[in-house]
Design a protein around this ligand. Structure first.
Ligand code: C5P
Length: 414
């Protein structure tokens, strides 16, 4: 974003202090920043701190004749590459949606021909209020883009969606809009958010005991499942990660339920419902020992020994069954070593999943336990071949697709 010009409008919310951090980070990335402070914004941060950080005058009042003569509200918006409203309060969003222009910030927003990115920040009840929902829908239809809000503890002591997105997330959204190399978002494309959505993810292998010291398992590292949980949390979702034994740290901001066997994983998964999206990325052992020996099995010098196996429950197929608790989007993974797409397509039907992410786990691919993967997304519409990506990138891409699918399902239902 080197050389890009950002016009930052700071509304009146406690999150205004984060906007100072945003200015600092924008400047570090080579952008120039001009700031407009609303009357409410000036209750939380001062024009002086904004002007020190932006190295420009901070603008505050539409009717300041000197400012109007020198620069004017039209020029303020013309001389920007992007307008960022952070924090965008419920009141500011309402004014924007209705075209009010009774101060400098709203006059600039009404007069602009530039892309506007808003980072909403408000109390959870205000965010959920039908009036705010209507205003957001109007603004989205008008082409305003959104970053956040996040879900979490609020300054007022309540919990839920409405916290302003953190400066790095807003910065990322700005970079996506301004950096030529990053695929620019078309005007009117809402930035994805899973705020207020529940996402359930299974990850890792399961361990099926044979006796107190031995078990059946597989080579799954849990990297993909954990990356999915992180990506869902980054989009603001409330995430439950049901994980088999892995050597990975718990992702931040995620509820982690640790299990060992397929039966425990099934129980934990069912207990985490309802969810809007379920992604079964765990490599569940298909079989378990039919009878777990209570004592360590002794080798009695026999050349051969038999182990009787019995089929484990299929977690994906269980939660994908039609019913009131079925998540609206159920996604499975298919790790195959041959006939990848054919098997994944058949698996999508037999398991009742909406999507199957197929990946080749032939030992040479390094997918099992490695950091990169190449997948094919099998949906009802067909097969998409994705390029080789890191597991984090695959996760971010899949969650972005899932967020879009959820919005499309909601619009279709409305
Ligand atoms: O049948 P297969 O193991 O190839 O299917 C893979 C998909 O099914 C994955 O999404 C995996 O998490 C899920 N699965 C499951 N429970 C099982 C076996 C597989 O949820 N017992």
């Amino acid at each position: 974003m080197n050389g890009k010009r950002i016009l930052l409008i700071v509304g009146g919310g406690i999150a205004a202090y984060k906007s100072l951090e945003l200015v600092r980070r924008l400047k570090e990335r080579g952008a120039s920043v001009r700031a407009i402070l609303t009357k409410g914004g000036a209750e939380f941060v001062t024009p002086l701190s904004l002007s020190v950080l932006t190295e420009e005058k901070a603008f505050t009042d539409l009717f300041d004749l000197k400012d109007e003569a020198e620069i004017g509200h039209i020029r303020l918006s013309r001389e920007a590459d992007l307008i960022v409203v952070a924090p965008a309060t419920a009141d500011l969003l309402a004014k924007m949606a209705h075209g009010l222009a009774d101060d400098l910030a709203t006059a600039v927003l009404l007069a602009t021909n530039k892309q506007v990115l808003a980072a909403p920040a408000m109390n959870v009840r205000m965010w959920q209020h039908p009036a705010t929902r209507r205003n957001l829908a109007t603004l989205q239809a008008d082409g305003t883009l959104f970053a956040g809000p996040d879900e979490g503890e609020m300054a007022c002591g309540e919990y839920g969606p409405g916290r302003m997105a953190e400066p790095p997330a807003i910065l990322e959204a700005i970079a996506r809009l301004l950096d030529a190399e990053a695929a620019p978002l078309a005007r009117g494309t809402p930035l994805r958010s899973l705020a207020g959505r529940r996402v359930l993810i299974t990850s890792g292998p399961t361990q099926e005991p044979i006796d107190p010291v031995r078990y059946i398992a597989n080579r799954s590292s849990g990297k993909q499942g954990h990356a999915l949980a992180k990506a869902a949390a980054a989009l603001g979702a409330e995430v439950t990660l049901v994980s088999g034994p892995v050597a990975l740290p718990d992702p931040q901001g995620v509820t982690v339920v640790k299990v060992e066997t397929a039966h425990e994983m099934l129980a934990a998964t069912l207990a985490a419902l309802p969810a809007d999206i379920a992604i079964c990325a765990a490599a569940v052992a298909d079989w378990r020992a039919a009878d777990e020996a209570p004592q360590k099995l002794k080798k009695q010098n026999q050349v051969e020994a038999e182990l009787k196996l019995t089929l484990n429950p299929d977690i994906l197929a269980t939660i994908a069954k039609p019913g009131p608790k079925r998540p609206r989007l159920v996604v499975g993974f298919a790790a195959e070593t041959e006939n990848l797409v054919e098997n994944a397509t058949a698996k999508r039907r037999s398991k009742g999943a909406d999507w199957i992410v197929a990946n080749d786990v032939w030992p040479g691919t390094g997918a099992m336990g490695g950091d990169t993967t190449q997948v094919h997304l099998v949906t009802a519409a067909g097969v998409e071949d994705w390029p080789p990506l890191s597991k984090d990138e695959t996760a971010a891409r899949l969650l972005a697709r899932a967020a879009d699918a959820l919005s499309a399902l909601r619009s279709a239902a409305e």
